[in-house]
Design a protein around this ligand. Structure first.
Ligand SMILES: Cc1cc2nc3c(=O)[nH]c(=O)nc-3n(C[C@H](O)[C@H](O)[C@H](O)COP(=O)(O)O)c2cc1C
Length: 215
């Protein structure tokens, strides 16, 4: 777990503690409560328009996980982790999907769907004019990934953001077409192996004056 001196440094301590875990302890598993909190953090992620054009597929079946290193550039994290989160974009980002979101908005906020007509036109207009809805939806998935990484660090759970996998092969193995989605980025979750030497490697980050500009 990240060491915390006081509440005001807790977040930065957690972000310093986390690292892209190369080797998971395959014997250690997330308990249900911790997993539920991480999935709730994912569900609460921000997205453009609030549209949530994603599905989060959680893989814990060992037989399925065993098939994944071969289609993950030989990387073992998808097999050895406790739970693998496959962050997927919705395949059909059509008007029906927007309507589903608007219906949920109306119900949650106690307003009529008709009162959301101009918001509806704006979202549908944006998507209809977009030449690459797939990339737009994938960008939203990366926001969810960031939320998950921060939440995992906060809870003392190890994670590894991963693009090094064959998305078409994952879609096939996990039957994602039937779920109406495509894999974008993956995030194994669990606990680091005690001999993962990357855990001790100092973070390589540019100095703040190189990357932060105050105007
Ligand atoms: C989108 C994305 C994809 C990544 N893909 C992989 C991957 O396939 N395998 C891996 O071991 N690390 C992967 N990483 C981890 C990065 O190499 C790592 O985050 C970076 O070197 C910074 O180190 P730190 O996260 O340990 O601080 C990925 C990171 C991101 C954000």
């Amino acid at each position: 777990m990240p060491e915390t001196k006081n509440a005001s440094t807790a977040l930065i301590d957690s972000l310093n503690w986390r690292y892209a875990t190369k080797k998971f302890d395959s014997e250690k598993r997330l308990d249900d409560e911790t997993l539920a909190k991480l999935l709730e953090a994912l569900r609460l992620s921000a997205s453009s328009f609030g549209l949530q054009p994603w599905k989060f597929v959680v893989v814990s079946d060992p037989e399925i996980k065993k098939q994944l290193p071969a289609v993950s550039w030989g990387q073992m994290q998808p097999q050895d982790c406790s739970h693998l989160v496959v962050i997927c974009r919705i395949a059909e980002l059509d008007e029906a999907f927007v309507d589903k979101f608007l219906n949920a908005s109306a119900t949650t906020r106690g307003v009529t769907v008709d009162s959301l007509a101009s918001y509806s036109s704006m979202i549908k207009g944006f998507l209809n004019n977009s030449s690459d809805k797939e990339t737009w939806a994938a960008k939203q998935c990366y926001i969810a990934l960031g939320t998950l990484l921060t939440a995992a660090a906060h809870l003392g759970v190890d994670a590894c953001p991963m693009e090094g996998f064959d998305a078409a092969a994952y879609d096939k193995i996990l039957g994602l077409e039937k779920l109406g989605c495509h894999s974008v980025v993956i995030c194994p979750l669990g606990y680091r192996a005690s001999d993962d030497k990357y855990a001790q490697a100092p973070k390589v980050r540019f100095e703040s004056e190189d990357v932060i500009v105050h105007i």
